[in-house]
Design a protein around this ligand. Structure first.
Ligand SMILES: [Zn+2]
Ligand SMILES: [Zn+2]
Ligand SMILES: [Zn+2]
Ligand SMILES: [Zn+2]
Length: 541
């Protein structure tokens, strides 16, 4: 972590060297594009170093995780209520902000960032140094603190009516089925000896007491409250953690509009992340509910005048890296003869070595040409614009790519056509090796034995496509050879010394397939489909 520091009374010397840096960059971009780097000089510059104030505001927000325990289990600070916990959690913020640990943690986190957090995106940090624990103990609402509830089964009487006798105390006699009389052998009746003629006997379950002890409460009339674990109390636990939200804001109100525009182009965040500005972080100020960390960024901006081949060229340069933000497209005029040569080449058909030499004098044209042998036009255009920012106009970048592409096609047309011819001839080789030798018959025999004879047609197709591949590689190879002869050494034609095949690569498909068919037609053991084809055409084999 860098210690806080205030900006010096006078900016360091590096701020005034940005135009020199920009001149060197400009020189390296123009070098080889009709100029030498030494021809670019810094004529004069006027550099102002602007102070850009900004501040990081850090606020804490409590996050409360709540849980509940049965009984009394005080933990941390014990407070009266949830509301009291909320109030206390918020009330702790000032103390936490003032604490060394929290400040250290925040400054350490931002200290690792470019510019120690200048221009940073809004961020939320979970603070390890800020944790609080509270609890509040309440009477159980269900039992009102009694730990017990009245038994609902017996309405707190402890007894319930006997179920066996419905609370009567007696039940019908089993011997006389409640008649009180029993039948004798002789047909007469006599009083039941079991119930003495009453028809009723004492209830066996309640022994005549009519009630039984309530099983729910065991006659205690109350049951334990499960809500509070039979304690009458509940403990609410509050684990409070704090999150710090960091918000950076630059204060551009005092910045002149033209400089504000420059900051907009470079980006406030990029002033730090890309090292355009020198950044000072001042000591944090602890305020009532937040920490305020002031910053000052020093951004040099120069109005420079470069001398290119003795011609004056004004430019705006900004930032410690000497980025040129405004300049005329000075490269346009320099490379114009090269683009004109490309334009003539594109009208083809005969590639003139003279025109190629003129175009290839320019580094950016060589880069475009070599780019086009491997990549798409859009891709090469984007790279061109990125490599030569501002100094090459979009119009000239477009023209370079357009004519370079046409010139390559025109230069490549002859060799590619030659390649197509040679490739078509070479494309017969796989077919000849396959149809004119016993290779195909042997493979077919083996396949027939395995009952997969029909699939030989897939192999026939594969041989046809192999012929196409041979033709395409031949075109690429011959085109690359021609490019290498015509174009300077430093226009590479790819890792394998191959150039793109152009439209001839597609034409090679029907050409190589036709060549393959011809071979198949003349083979001794003609494939079935060939026999069928010949028959359809009315040519009897
Ligand atoms: Zn309870
Ligand atoms: Zn009960
Ligand atoms: Zn009886
Ligand atoms: Zn009973």
């Amino acid at each position: 972590m860098t210690e806080p520091s205030s900006p010096p009374a006078a900016p360091a010397e590096i701020h005034f060297a940005i135009s020199q840096k920009a001149a060197a960059t400009l020189g390296s971009r123009l070098d080889g594009n009709g100029l030498k780097a030494q021809q670019v000089l810094l004529a004069r510059h006027e550099t102002l170093v602007h102070q850009i104030p900004g501040a990081l505001t850090v606020r804490l927000k409590p996050e409360i995780a709540k849980s509940q325990l049965k009984g009394r289990h005080p933990q941390g600070q014990v407070l009266d209520s949830h509301a009291a916990v909320l109030a206390r959690s918020a009330g702790e913020i000032a103390a936490l902000l003032g604490g060394r640990d929290v400040q250290q943690e925040i400054l350490q986190a931002t200290g690792k960032m470019p510019g120690q957090g200048f221009g940073m995106e809004p961020l939320t940090l979970s603070l390890h140094a800020a944790k609080k624990e509270f609890s509040s103990i309440d009477k159980c609402l269900k039992c009102n603190g009694d730990a017990f509830l009245p038994c609902s089964q017996c309405n707190a009487a402890g007894k319930i009516p006997c179920k066996a006798c419905n609370g009567q105390g007696f039940m019908p006699c089993q011997t006389c089925f409640g008649d009180g009389q029993v039948h004798q052998h002789d047909g007469s009746t006599a009083p039941c000896p079991q119930c003495q003629g009453t028809g009723k006997i004492q209830c066996l379950s309640c022994q005549g007491y009519k009630t039984m002890v309530c099983t729910a409460c065991q006659g205690q009339c109350k049951i334990s409250c499960t809500e509070c674990g039979q304690s009458g109390f509940l403990t609410h636990l509050y684990q409070v953690t704090y999150k710090a939200s960091l918000l950076f804001e630059a204060d551009l109100r005092q910045i002149p509009p033209d400089v504000r525009e420059i900051i907009g182009k470079l980006g406030v965040k990029q002033l730090a992340t890309e090292g355009h500005a020198e950044i000072f972080r001042q000591p944090p100020e602890i305020r009532e509910d937040h920490i305020y960390i002031p910053f000052t960024a020093l951004l040099p901006v120069a109005q420079a005048e470069f001398s290119i081949e003795g011609k004056s060229c004004p430019a705006t340069v900004a930032g410690l890296r000497g980025r040129i933000l405004k300049i005329d497209p000075v490269l346009d005029a320099l490379v114009k003869p090269g683009i004109k040569a490309l334009q003539s080449l594109s009208r083809g058909p005969m590639a003139s070595q003279n025109l190629i030499d003129t175009a290839c004098k320019y580094r950016l044209i060589r880069e475009a040409l070599s780019g086009l042998t491997l990549r798409s036009k859009k891709n090469v255009y984007q790279k061109l614009v990125k490599d030569y920012p501002l100094i090459l106009s979009a119009k000239y970048a477009n023209a370079t790519i357009h004519y370079a592409n046409m010139a390559m096609q025109s230069i490549g047309a002859g060799p590619r056509n030659k390649g197509l011819l040679a490739g078509t001839v070479l494309a017969t080789l796989p077919a000849a090796g396959y149809y004119l030798t016993p290779v195909r018959s042997r493979i077919l025999d083996a396949m027939l034995q395995n009952n997969i004879g029909r699939h030989i047609v897939l192999l026939d197709i594969a041989v046809g496509l192999l012929g196409w591949a041979v033709a395409v590689v031949t075109i690429k190879f011959i085109a690359a050879q021609a490019f290498r002869k015509l174009l300077p050494d430093n226009i590479q034609t790819g890792k394998n010394n191959l150039a793109t095949a152009g439209p001839q690569g597609l034409w090679a498909l029907p050409a190589s397939l036709a060549a393959g068919l011809l071979i198949a037609a003349f083979s001794a053991a003609k494939p079935e489909w060939m026999l069928l084809l010949l028959k359809t055409l009315g040519v009897q084999p």
